[in-house]
Ligand binder design. Structure first.
Ligand SMILES: NC(=O)c1ccc[n+]([C@@H]2O[C@H](COP(=O)([O-])OP(=O)(O)OC[C@H]3O[C@@H](n4cnc5c(N)ncnc54)[C@H](O)[C@@H]3O)[C@@H](O)[C@H]2O)c1
Length: 367
């Protein structure tokens, strides 16, 4: 049974660049859908990223982390920009997002990739190959090659060298694989676990644990694949996959690869989840400083992230589906921001795209 809340608090961290533009769109949709579905939402705006460094000297203050811990969900825009790129600087804006994810215990990054029929022409893949693509990549977010220690420059046999460490504890693999099964159960019932079983000890370890856990989910069609083979299969047969669970680094590459199929970064939502009640929802894209202030940002990735929030944090699947259907309908009606516009398209700005989606959101069915 899904839990459904009656009153929720959402911390909204707009961030930098186009962050405030797309988050304004997400916040409007949140407000609108909450009122349609009888949910009382309090939105609390908080600084994060570059703006927070400028004002408070750090990208995520203790107060912001505490507010996020006290909230039911966090909606994040994006952080970063050239003005904070100084390599000598004490902090980077991105460290603010990392602090939030770590502080909230979020170890699963979930990226749905859905190719809309209306945008088939924007995909780099042929329409007959990519039509119907609808998959979810569940990426381990807090362990693996990006976080293992040691991670340092050193001297080996008298010459400079560098080392990173790929380390996974059993509990880390178990919990992310279980997340994969949970997503597969809620979708089409298929889970693929991706590893490098043939050359990495961690790959063998990962596969053994995933296979062992799969026996507890007899209703899920479980399979495994090598990361390199899957990278190729993903472009050849993108419609073959339902839920894919994988290590941090592989998940980073593979989700970027799959994301390209949609035609624009501006179409990709994400959720970062853990075992606790906390969750962070954000578009996959960055702060796009090149278009910040132009009112050209595509708000759909953020709006679709709000849909994920309704489904996973508030237990309101019908509201989530209403948002996703409204996005589909808006695209079918020809509305396009610049990043997804083809010749002769109905070009709109961020705000008009948001208004078009809101106008198409349906309330709860009465039967
Ligand atoms: N989680 C985050 O906050 C996050 C994630 C990725 C990058 N970043 C940061 O964002 C900054 C810019 O990074 P980048 O340029 O490599 O990546 P980016 O995603 O910001 O932009 C890449 C390209 O996609 C376009 N784009 C991105 N989102 C769009 C949208 N919603 N609508 C229309 N076009 C869109 C941009 O204009 C740009 O041409 C950097 O400082 C980077 O560190 C932050």
């Amino acid at each position: 049974m899904e839990k459904s809340l009656k009153a929720v608090q959402v911390v909204v961290t707009a961030g930098d660049g186009i962050g405030p533009e797309v988050v304004a769109a997400g916040a409007q949709v949140l407000e609108e859908v909450a009122s349609l579905y009888d949910l009382q939402v309090t939105q609390v705006e908080r600084p994060l990223g570059g703006g927070s460094i400028d004002k408070f000297g750090e990208p995520c203050t203790d107060e912001v982390l505490q507010d996020a811990l006290d909230a039911d969900a966090v909606l994040l825009g994006a952080v970063g920009g050239p003005q904070w790129d100084d390599p000598q600087a004490r902090f980077t804006p991105e460290e603010g997002v990392l602090r939030l994810r770590e502080g909230l215990g979020l170890y699963a990054n979930v990226r749905p990739v859905r190719v809309h029929d209306a945008l088939l022409g924007r995909s780099p893949l042929r329409p007959e190959v990519v039509r119907g693509t609808d998959l979810v990549i569940v990426r381990e977010l807090t362990g693996g090659l990006y976080f293992g220690r040691p991670k340092e420059l050193r001297t080996v046999d008298g010459e400079p060298a560098a080392v990173d460490t790929l380390l996974y504890r059993r509990s880390e693999v178990e919990r992310i694989v279980r997340h994969g099964f949970k997503w597969a159960s809620a979708r089409r019932g298929r889970l693929l676990s991706v590893d490098k079983f043939n050359v990495l000890v961690t790959g063998r370890f990962w596969r053994d644990i995933a296979t062992e856990i799969s026996r507890q989910y007899p209703d899920i069609e479980f399979s495994t694949m090598l990361a390199d083979a899957f990278a190729a299969a993903l472009v050849q047969r993108p419609t073959d996959w339902d839920v894919v669970v994988t290590e941090n680094t592989f998940g980073d590459f593979l989700s970027d690869e799959a994301g390209v199929f949609t035609g624009s970064l501006g179409m990709l939502p994400s959720a970062s989840l853990g075992d606790g009640p906390h969750a962070l929802y954000e578009p996959v894209h960055g702060s796009a400083p090149d278009i910040a202030g132009d009112h050209a940002a595509n708000p759909l990735a953020t709006i679709l992230s709000v849909a994920l929030m309704f489904r996973h944090s508030f237990g309101l699947s019908q509201a989530a589906t209403a948002i996703e259907s409204a996005v589909e309908w808006t695209l079918n009606d020809g509305f396009r921001t610049r990043d997804i516009a083809e010749e002769g398209a109905r070009l709109v700005d961020t705000q008009s795209m948001t208004a078009a989606v809101i106008a198409r959101i349906e309330g709860p069915s009465t039967n």
